[in-house]
Design a protein around this ligand. Structure first.
Ligand code: PLP
Length: 358
């Protein structure tokens, strides 16, 4: 018996997408970004499938520790670095690497009595405005890290692109120029590119690249889906019809009675809702596949259910399969109908959704 709501994960597609990373960046080392439970795809399983990458990146120390506890070897970079001495000790204990982005982290590194040496990725803020040293602070930070007895050689240099998904935006060129100017005198290994950088900004490809969303077969660019870029989507989200009925003209559907039938309408109730991570913001008209036929969401998304128009699926019966995204229905399209980005949909899959590996 299949579960009511499940995410089908095509793990072999990860390796196809990894090959697509290598096409524009054949000589770059690859740091596969698997933060946030590998964008909802399962941290450990994704790490096991992507053997052969040069490093993994996670956001938090606990994600790195979980990887180690599951037996993941090799380099694991913690993108937010450490926030206190205890976290620094955990990094050292588990052989994790850290992004260093603030002066107080330098202080902590210098004060700590450590047995091992921490590999570090020194982050320069070139315009994202979140983490990182300014250009004027960089020489000081680099000098302090290079001399610190707790820091492994070499110190890596990195920055993060804020607008690379917009091909027209001049900001990316400015970020690349700033990073180049600030780091040209250092022979340290460098990294700038996320998925959008890898796919659209050749000058952002340096010693290392950091693909995230594209590994999961999804496009970082608005208005374009992964398949158009030669990627294979890894996740599809499924459920089934649990009721089929005909309502009369004038009847309304769902919380708030937001949708009212203009004529007698056949509709179906599907066992999926925002409690599973299906976006509540999805509008009436958002496409849904019933028996692989495209139909439309009507009314508001509830916690456990949605309603769909079955006028073009006359054969549909309770128990029939429903696809919320995946297959012929790109998650990018659903994100657009819910005024969000595909990243949030993938990460937002909840515990209740069973993961089924293909
Ligand atoms: C999340 C993240 C990435 C990956 O971004 P995608 O857009 O998913 O490719 C790369 N670098 C850093 C620092 C990140 O936080």
């Amino acid at each position: 018996m299949t579960p009511a709501a499940y995410a089908l994960l095509n793990y072999p597609a990860l390796r196809h997408n990894l090959a697509k990373v290598r096409e524009p960046a054949p000589s770059a080392k690859i740091m596969a970004v698997i933060k946030a439970n590998a964008y909802g795809h399962g941290l450990i399983e994704v790490a096991k499938t992507l053997v052969g990458v040069d490093a993994f990146a996670v956001a938090r120390v606990d994600e790195g520790v979980r990887l180690r506890q599951a037996g993941t070897g090799g380099c694991i970079v913690v993108l937010e670095g450490f926030t206190c001495g205890e976290e620094l000790q955990l990094l050292l204990e588990h052989g994790l690497e850290a992004v260093v982005h603030g002066v107080w982290q330098l202080d902590l590194l210098e004060e700590t009595q450590a047995a091992g040496k921490l590999p570090v990725w020194l982050k320069l803020d070139t315009g994202m405005g979140r983490l990182g040293f300014t250009r004027s602070e960089l020489p000081m930070a680099y000098r302090r890290l290079s001399r610190c007895h707790n820091v492994a050689d070499p110190v890596h240099l990195m920055t993060h692109l804020a607008n690379a998904d917009d091909l027209q935006d001049p900001k990316t060129g400015q970020q690349l120029a700033l990073f180049h100017a600030a780091t040209v005198d250092y022979s340290a290994p460098k990294t700038l590119a996320n998925s959008a950088g890898i796919l659209a900004w050749p000058d952002s490809i340096a010693d290392w690249v950091r693909p995230g969303i594209m590994l999961y077969g999804v496009s970082p660019f608005p208005g374009q889906c992964g398949r158009q870029l030669g990627l294979q989507p890894v996740m599809s989200l499924h459920s089934r019809l649990i009721a089929v009925k005909t309502i009369a003209a004038g009847d309304s559907v769902g919380y708030g009675g937001q949708w009212t039938a203009r004529r007698s309408t056949r509709l179906g109730v599907v066992a999926i809702g925002y409690g599973d991570g299906y976006p509540r913001q999805a509008k009436t008209g958002t496409p849904v596949l019933v028996n692989d036929v495209r139909t439309a969401l009507i009314g508001r998304v509830s916690m456990d259910m949605i309603t769909v128009d079955l006028e073009n699926c006359p054969e549909a019966r309770p128990g029939d399969p429903v696809t919320l995204w995946g297959g012929g229905l790109p998650v990018e399209e659903i994100a657009c109908c819910a005024d969000t980005i595909p990243y949030t949909l993938l990460c937002g899959i909840t515990q209740r959704v069973q993961i089924v590996a293909r």
